[in-house]
Design a binder for this molecule. Structure first.
Ligand code: PSU
Ligand code: MN
Length: 303
């Protein structure tokens, strides 16, 4: 049997039908530099609590999938050397071998759903990489979202990707994408990606109603795109400059597979003197707050 452990406060909240928000660990372990990532992990959990929900940071420790982490376990995920990045296909392998790792959007969403959690916050989804026509590099996030019933709050998809192609794939996969108070699809570090979405909604209650309406009909995720306000985005000109450099340096270094995204994010943090990191933390915290509001609205509807 697949080994899964529910952190006691999370188990209690789920059993009592109280709102819970899943948080992923790859963005902490592989997307943000150490040692500040631990602080971000704690802040994410705090913001979810302040908005009335119970946080469940998800990771695999010594072969056991953890739904919610203790303070010590969170520290471990943020500091263990050479911690593995676990996509969905890697999770049973790590479980069978007794290994540890951080979970991506794909594996976190799947684990959250299996634990009965309905709302999940991340930074930016994975998607179709630039040059995917040759490399075939498309994040497993997309395929898993097509068959995982969960609300995912994000600031769009990471701007290192081919954003129009990613939106096309989400349409093909029948994953609904809704702008939160906007029709402009966000560009992760920047408020607008230049792409638009077909639907917008204005309140957490509306998101909860949409998710509830899909019950028994759609098995796919509902993606809620929550842009940064303009005054908090990364300067778009700086964004384009550092992104060009970071993508070029990944090609030069010959990075492939699951290392691409962490490598490019790390190059961005260095090239921008830490500005991309600050913006990344800011947007994830905002997504966690909105996710908690949605979880509260959804649980008061279903309860
Ligand atoms: N959001 C962030 N930072 C990240 C990620 C999301 O703000 O590092 C991670 C997520 O875990 C996502 C992963 O699933 O990047 C995508 O990796 P890949 O492109 O290899 O599928
Ligand atoms: Mn990939």
């Amino acid at each position: 049997m697949f080994p899964i452990h529910r952190h006691p406060p999370v188990a209690q909240a789920l059993d009592e039908g109280r709102p819970v928000v899943a948080l992923e660990s790859t963005l902490l372990a592989h997307g943000l530099p150490r040692p500040g990532n631990v602080e971000t992990g704690r802040e994410l959990e705090d913001v979810v609590r302040r908005h009335g929900a119970t946080p469940a940071t998800i990771a695999v420790l010594d072969g056991v999938a953890h739904i919610g982490l203790s303070g010590e376990e969170l520290r471990r995920i943020c500091s263990e050397p050479d911690l593995t990045k676990l996509g969905l296909r890697d999770v049973p392998v790590a479980a069978g071998l007794g290994r540890s790792g951080a979970t991506t959007v794909a594996s976190t969403a799947a684990l959250a759903q299996s634990a009965g959690i309905s709302v999940f916050a991340t930074g930016g989804l994975g998607g179709v990489h630039r040059g995917a026509r040759d490399s075939f590099d498309e994040s497993a996030d997309l395929d898993v979202l097509a068959r995982t019933r969960i609300v995912v709050v994000c600031a769009g998809v990471k701007s290192i990707l081919d954003i129009p192609a990613t939106l096309e794939r989400l349409e093909t996969l029948s994953v609904a994408v809704i702008g939160f108070q906007t029709f402009a699809f966000p560009g992760f570090y920047v408020t607008e990606s230049g792409c638009t979405v077909d639907w917008r909604c204005e309140t957490p209650e509306e998101v909860a109603r949409i998710f509830a309406a899909a019950d028994g009909f759609s098995a796919a995720a509902l993606v809620v795109a929550n842009p940064l306000p303009v005054h908090r985005q990364l300067d778009p000109a700086l964004h384009d400059t550092v992104l060009g450099y970071a993508l070029g340096s990944a090609v030069e270094a010959g990075v492939t597979g699951r290392d691409v995204t962490p490598y490019v994010l790390q190059r961005l943090h260095v090239a921008s003197n830490g500005l991309t990191q600050e913006v990344n933390v800011d947007l994830v915290l905002r997504n966690a707050a909105l996710a908690a509001d949605i979880a509260v609205a959804y649980s008061s509807m279903s309860g």
